[in-house]
Ligand binder design. Structure first.
Ligand code: FE2
Length: 240
């Protein structure tokens, strides 16, 4: 299978629920005798401009970035479509097995998280070669002993994850932690992401087929450490 076709098939798998949303929402609009009550106006989400990344990130092909941004664009379009239709969904048949409202509820959660996590990921990249910032250095020494010890643990966590790996601040423990997820619904509670890497296959298979280890090395070289230090400065992190 050609790489481009493979990448698209991966993106298609990620959008399985969104693609299958069309039927239940369309049907819901015909049986709205117990529909949502709420505002009819909504603020559509707009994609941030990441086009500068195309062809500018060493270690990442222009095609991969273009395909990845196209996927994010579709997530946003699907979320906006869902937002515009949710007030016409019949609430009367809501149940945990299958219902239009259940589909809306969980797709909203999944799309919202996917968009936010992609923003953390893309806005944390740069074409410049940077060293880890002083604030990040202090935090990882305080929480993990050293940058290398943090990286060993973060990389292992990323390799063990099928969707996202994130380093950030746990507001319950007051410490920085690493979490991994297998999908867009598994976000930890009371956790503020600081550094996020996309471990879904669409994020790297085109350039690093079957080699997430090499992808992570390339990604680490493209981290915008100024942005990461800025994120840390905006939250109260022990050791920073
Ligand atoms: Fe992604």
């Amino acid at each position: 299978m050609k790489r481009r076709v493979f990448l698209k098939s991966m993106a298609g798998m990620g959008l399985y629920l969104a693609a299958n949303r069309d039927f239940p929402l369309a049907a819901a609009g015909k049986t709205s005798n117990s529909t949502c009550v709420g505002p009819t106006t909504s603020t559509a989400m707009v994609q941030k401009d990441y086009s500068w990344m195309v062809g500018a990130l060493n270690g990442f092909s222009a095609t991969l970035i273009q395909e990845h941004l196209a996927l994010l664009k579709r997530y946003i379009e699907e979320l906006n479509t869902l937002e515009s239709r949710k007030n016409s969904i019949d609430l009367g048949g809501a149940n945990p097995v299958f219902s239009h409202w259940r589909t809306c509820l969980f797709e909203h959660l999944e799309l919202r998280n996917a968009i936010r996590l992609h923003d953390y990921y893309f806005s944390g990249l740069t074409s410049r070669n940077m060293s880890a910032g002083k604030r990040f250095g202090r935090v990882v020494v305080h929480n993990f002993g050293s940058f290398d010890q943090w990286w060993v643990k973060f990389r292992a966590s990323a390799l063990a994850s099928r969707a996202w790996c994130m380093f950030g601040f746990d507001t319950q423990t007051g410490k920085c932690s690493i979490f991994g997820t297998d999908n867009d619904r598994q976000c930890p509670m009371d956790f503020v992401p600081v550094l996020v890497v996309d471990m879904a296959e669409h994020a790297y298979c085109l350039d690093y087929p079957g080699d997430p280890y090499a992808y992570l090395d390339a990604w680490l070289k493209r981290v915008n450490w100024q942005e990461i230090d800025k994120r840390l400065a905006n939250i109260s992190v022990n050791g920073s």
